[in-house]
Design a protein around this ligand. Structure first.
Ligand code: 4NP
Length: 181
């Protein structure tokens, strides 16, 4: 579901990406060990399934610097593995050059989005920022991806459910010939 205020911006991005053919997406959360590396793994698996990997560059980063160089959180790796995903990303912190190197920069929650807007080096860079919730389907009862770090198993399962939903929506909307259909 694309909120009304993002509709025009989203259509402009989708059109630009369709013309360019290539799509570079960076997922961003706080620690880059739970939500964003899982989003990276989920979207990569979906584009692989659609035989569309050649068009996509998919990466993730954190706004924080607590876990640089680490694999994703062990709990997230275990839950992802149960869904057939091996998460091998190494944690890194977002840098100003990411706003050049990616077409879309997708934050998981309001704090991530505030941090991204604060660090964006230009208005054009800010235009690349979107919320993961912009891609949720209509059935989703959340408007952000909650931080699972202090949760139990159900928090990690919820994150993976939301990410699978949003990544399907992202692929469908960015690659459909008519974004209004
Ligand atoms: P993430 O979760 O932002 O989804 O990677 C977190 C991981 C680590 C911390 C916070 C959130 N931390 O405070 O170390």
């Amino acid at each position: 579901m694309i909120p009304a205020e993002n509709n025009i911006k989203f259509r402009q991005i989708a059109e630009k990406l369709r013309q360019k053919g290539k799509i570079r997406v960076l997922f961003v959360c706080l620690g880059n060990i739970c939500r964003s590396p899982a989003a990276e793994g989920v979207l990569q698996a979906i584009v692989d399934e659609h035989d569309d990997a050649a068009r996509w560059t998919i990466d993730s980063a954190g706004t924080g610097n607590y876990h640089i160089g680490d694999l994703p959180d062990r709990r997230m790796r275990v839950h992802a593995r149960h869904r057939g995903l091996e998460l091998t990303h190494r944690c890194r912190q977002i840098t100003p050059s990411d706003f050049e190197d990616f077409d879309l920069i997708i934050g998981m929650d309001a704090q991530n989005l505030r941090n991204l807007h604060n660090m964006a080096p230009s208005p054009q860079a800010e235009d690349k920022i979107m919320a993961m919730a912009d891609f949720f389907s209509i059935a989703t009862r959340y408007d952000y991806v909650p931080d699972p770090y202090y949760s139990g198993a159900e928090g990690f399962e919820l994150v993976l459910d939301l990410l699978e939903d949003a990544c399907s929506g992202l692929l469908e909307t960015l690659t459909s010939s008519n974004p209004d259909s």
